[in-house]
Design a protein around this ligand. Sequence first.
Ligand code: G16
Length: 555
Amino acid sequence: MNANQESLIVAAYAKFPVPQGAKLSYGTSGFRADALILESTVFRVGILAALRSLKTQSVIGLMITASHNQVSDNGVKVADPSGGMLTQGWEPFADAIANAATPEELVKLIGEFVKKENISFDGPKQAEILLGRDTRPSGESLLEAAKQGINSIAGSLATDMGLVTTPQLHWIVRARNKGLKATELDYFEQLSSSFRCLIDLIPNGSKSGETGDKLIVDSANGVGAEKLENLKKMLDSLVIEVRNSGEGILNEGVGADYVQKEKVVPEGFGPTDVGIRCASLDGDADRLVYFYVPSDTGNKIVLVDGDKILTLFAIFVKEQLSILDSDDSYHPRLGVVQTAYANGASTDYIKQLGLQVVFTATGVKHLHEEAEKYDIGIYFEANGHGTILFSESFLSWLEIRNSDLSSKSKGSEQQKAALRLLAVSKLINQAVGDALSCLLLVEAILQHMGWSIQKWNELYQDLPSRQLKVKVADRTAVTTANAETVAVKPPGIQEVINAEIAKYPRGRSFIRPSGTEDVIRVYAEASTQEAADSLANSVAKLVDKYLGLGLGGSG
Ligand code: G16
């Protein structure tokens, strides 16, 4: 790094010192905190994104969002050249520069990292970063901080993509780096045309009318509302009513996180919606859950969560593969990735389908990595964050198989199965979990199967579960192992949790530090709802006793 570059960083630093007492760390999905203390972090992530672009000689994405968090929070996520999350190997550097307390320290850390990573400032391409943000009021000023960070690396280009969903930005980054069409309009066109293709391939005689006429979507008062309205215009065969489009507060009493955790109707929904297929997005539209309002249970809903979406996708893909009946020379490997939050009944069901299930820690960055090991890897978190990945070799094989079938038996069931899988690979966002693309795939599969949401929900019955969060003085005091199923620290806590679990038939419980909020999360599952609630409460009390502020747990 030459002196000129160093002085550019030092000059920009002056506007973005670390707020006193703030200690920021790269969490489950980037940095997240109260927006008021984030400018210095976002500025530094701008620098990081520019360095990542120089290192990879590719376009990088930088998204300003705190996704499901409350509106006063904000955050920053980085999209790598593949469109996936920032490579985990760079997270320690992100932590270090976010907390550098003087310009000299910042320059020193960057200089050392540039040397270690062998980053050249004179490569053939200069850094290019695409910037996006969600609808949070703090988004604009944080975007400005990101731009200044990017511009402090000489020659970098920052392009503002405006208001976008997180998955749109990841999709655009992936498409740009693959040399494909990569505008927001291209995104809408690809999603809508592959959806139409799946609908056109619905078998004759399917009872698609039984799916139900209308879908109502709770958009969490977030950026997904406007994007879904745009997408709707390209989909004449689907009736979608969008609610919570910004009239209320972002993520407050609405959205996928609220609906999944509380299992009650979001704002704007009620008794007039009984039985209708409904869905919820989260604040940046990377998560999707479905639900319906049953007739007789007050404000309770029947939740159809990420595990059920995963199951639906797995059934459909498996069905197409078996119609296609691969020849002896090629056996595509289909695998499923879940986390400890997956309902035990979903895992049992997927195993009964004959599929392999692997578990990872929370955070799509972990699940994505595992799913990439298959020809078709389906990953989902129970909270509705997930997607399907197709290997290049599988897609090439599928293209060849399709053209072979098209010359020998055009229009055969086998060829249709090949075309369906090709359409899924275009409809689904292979960069990252995407509520809009998953929503269209769910809708297409339900119509293909002729299933209502109730029928879909009956695939298996969830074990009753409860999630709580406990405020603690220091969430880093908890560390875990075995895909977060065992608490290693504080010493002794796992033993007392085990003793609680042993009291409940089919009991299961674990704790983990959240990577997006300042809390310890508690999950419990048992044979009845009362037992799951009681187990969760007991474990929350233990967390509070070992680490807490004496406040107990909350939903
Ligand atoms: C992010 C991650 C998800 C993760 C969630 C909760 O979601 O992308 O993979 O499940 O945080 O994380 P934690 O339990 O550590 O707070 P989002 O939608 O908020 O970006």
